[in-house]
Design a protein around this ligand. Structure first.
Ligand SMILES: Nc1ncnc2c1ncn2[C@@H]1O[C@H](COP(=O)(O)OP(=O)(O)OP(=O)(O)O)[C@@H](O)[C@H]1O
Ligand SMILES: [Mg+2]
Length: 211
């Protein structure tokens, strides 16, 4: 089983959106997938519950900070995605690194988010498990409005960071609508949805290589 952590200290940057869409991607690809929600808000868990009756369900499990991740996961699971709460500290992420194969960090194109993430990344880099630079960590730029100066400037800043920007997801109402239905952009194949699926391709390729 491969385990992917989705984390950031910053609230509202797209952790649940990233975690649920990733889980759905693997489920629609035929891989038995579990999604552990470590956030008391329970958004990922609610999403998985809504998805339960659909064609490619995802097993929703609740987790907590400091808890072992894999204990509750059925042996036949091929992918485990972990959604984490806002306000998490790098030291709390560290507790899971030994159980995980990759860490993905969503970031919004705003100065407030960039600054908060930079602090989080500095804390991460100081962790013994990450200091050697071997553990796969990726940045996902989220809710981009590519035609704006703010997005261009934010991407430029993110590209100076120690970890690669592996995907640039655009701001799209589809994410909001589908989340409320327990669905994902990988459940549909209209031309418009496919264009957004393409945004994920570099992240999915990166994950295929390492996780
Ligand atoms: N690419 C996107 N385009 C449009 N809306 C998005 C996108 N990504 C996330 N959102 C919306 O932004 C809001 C915050 O996203 P989400 O809940 O995934 O963030 P979060 O990091 O999990 O938040 P929290 O810190 O509260 O757990 C949600 O309403 C979500 O639907
Ligand atoms: Mg969330």
């Amino acid at each position: 089983m491969r385990t992917i952590l989705v984390a950031s200290s910053k609230g509202g940057c797209g952790k649940t959106t990233l975690a649920s869409n990733l889980a759905a991607f693997y489920a629609t690809a035929g891989k038995t997938t579990a999604l552990i929600d470590c956030d008391r808000q329970g958004s990922s868990l609610h999403w998985a519950e809504k998805r339960a009756g659909l064609k490619d369900p995802v097993l929703g499990l609740s987790g907590k900070l400091g808890g072992k991740l894999k204990a509750k996961v059925p042996a036949n699971c091929k992918r485990l995605i972990v959604d984490t709460p806002a306000g998490i500290r790098a030291a709390e992420v560290a507790e899971w690194l030994a159980e995980a194969d990759a860490l993905v960090i969503p970031v919004l194109p705003s100065m407030i988010d960039l600054e908060a993430t930079e602090t989080f990344l500095q804390e991460l880099q100081a962790l013994p498990a990450l200091r050697r630079g071997k553990f796969p960590v990726a940045i996902v730029a989220n809710r981009l409005k590519p035609w704006t100066q703010a997005t261009a400037a934010a991407l430029e800043q993110m590209r100076t960071w120690a970890y690669p920007v592996v995907a640039e997801l655009r701001d799209a109402q589809g994410y909001v609508l589908l989340a409320g239905l327990g669905r994902s952009i990988f459940d549909y194949h209209s031309e418009q949805v496919r264009a957004h699926q393409d945004d994920w391709t570099p992240l999915l390729k990166w994950l295929k290589k390492i996780a």
